[in-house]
Design a protein around this ligand. Structure first.
Ligand code: AMP
Length: 386
């Protein structure tokens, strides 16, 4: 995704590539054995050597594993892009193989790092034309804050266990926080105590700094006290992105959070980290149609078959000059070539015909309809001037 690659580069993230499948244990330890993702949605199998491996359901655990294996020193800013796999009931915006782009900012405890990764997700949505996104924000506190809160929540849920789903009754014992994001238990959850009311001073200060950091750069955000996200490794900040342009049942276009406990959970030295993962499939569904199709600077039209080779030469020269240019290779009529230009989202067309004998082509701006004759070697400059 070009918009993401540009952003990652500008924000100082280098490419990180991790394996598509890894030891199942990495995910059960990192993401959490009794999370939905690991318990129900992971594609796991034994390889020929009898090792339990899993198709990756997400990338954060793998990136942190790679960081630890590589010697785990200092700040690491990595960006990834690739397929993830979850065994789910397929529907619009929910696939068993889907594509995520994301960044991990490892080794930095400051709330400014949280603000930065939240900003990257937001700017990505903006860059592809989704300009109404809002960040849903919450803090689930630090593990030590959660001890007392967990007891409180467990008591609350136990008293109402007859109204809970079987999954929630089980999780209430293994991991009660997870009940908060259970859609099936929304009625009970609506009255439950929330983590944000039970933060320690450090976590409270941290989320306040995230909030004011987002305010300072004009990123709209809203408190979502029941947002806990489905993975065990998070602490403090958790967030998701929503937009009116994507209102399916599965509404988040992306999400992330701070995961200071993760490196320790994987057996490494305590290392703070924060990251974001954006769902490309859903983003494409939410993008305005004009943004979703690929666009070209210029479509070159050959006025007749005699000028086809010349048109191809012009396209090649323009591509070398950095202009995105294309043409029809199938010998279509001029009219059909114009239709193709339109379908391909070209912003301009250059017609190569008789004028070529005097080194000129006719260029047409497809938005304004304005036509003019320019020297063939000036076409790239004309594109840039517009
Ligand atoms: P998660 O960390 O599970 O919230 O995933 C981050 C983002 O990935 C979500 O906000 C979605 O946009 C996307 N995503 C997660 N699961 C799926 C799926 N099964 N199909 C398509 N997109 C998904």
């Amino acid at each position: 995704m070009r918009a993401f690659d540009d952003l990652a580069e500008r924000f100082g993230y280098g490419l990180v590539i991790t394996p598509l499948f890894e030891s199942t244990e990495l995910f059960s330890r990192g993401v959490g054995a009794d999370t939905e993702v690991v318990e129900k949605q992971m594609y796991t199998f034994d390889d020929k050597g009898g090792r339990a491996v899993a198709l990756r359901p997400e990338a954060t655990a793998s990136v942190v594993r790679a960081y630890l294996q590589a010697g785990a020193q200092g700040v690491f800013k990595g960006a990834y892009s690739g397929p993830m796999f979850r065994y789910e009931q397929p529907q619009a915006g929910r696939r068993r193989q889907f594509h995520q782009v994301g960044v991990e900012y490892i080794g930095e405890p400051s709330a400014d790092a949280d603000v930065e990764v939240i900003e990257i997700g937001f700017r990505l949505l903006e860059a592809v034309g989704i300009t109404d996104a809002t960040v849903l924000l919450n803090s689930i506190g630090d593990p030590e804050d959660r001890v007392a809160y967990r007891d409180l929540l467990t008591d609350f849920l136990t008293e109402r266990s007859d109204r809970l789903s079987p999954d929630a009754r089980r999780r209430m014992v293994t991991n009660p926080l997870r009940v908060l994001d259970s859609k099936a238990d929304a009625a009970v959850v609506a009255e439950a105590p929330v983590p944000a009311d039970h933060l320690g001073p450090a976590a409270a200060e941290h989320i306040a700094a995230v909030r004011s950091g987002l305010d300072a750069i004009g990123i709209p955000h809203r408190e979502e006290p029941r947002l806990v996200r489905g993975l065990d490794y998070y602490n403090r900040t958790v967030f998701e992105y929503q937009s009116a342009s994507y209102q399916a049942a599965q509404a988040a276009l992306g999400g992330g959070g701070r995961y200071d406990p993760l490196a320790g959970m994987l057996g490494g030295a305590e290392t703070p980290g924060v990251g974001v993962a954006m769902g490309v499939d859903r983003i494409v569904l939410a993008m305005p149609a004009a943004e979703a199709r690929s666009s070209l600077d210029l479509f070159v039209v050959a006025a007749d078959t005699a000028h086809r080779a010349t048109a191809l030469g012009l396209v090649r020269a323009l591509r070398t000059a950095g202009v995105s240019a294309d043409l029809d290779l199938g010998g279509k009529s001029v009219k059909a070539q114009f239709r193709a230009a339109d379908r391909r989202g070209a912003s301009a067309v250059a017609v190569v015909g008789e004028e070529w004998a005097s080194g000129r082509v006719t260029v047409k701006d497809l938005k304004s309809g304005a036509e003019s004759s320019v020297e063939a070697r000036e076409v790239a400059a004309w594109i840039r001037r517009r």
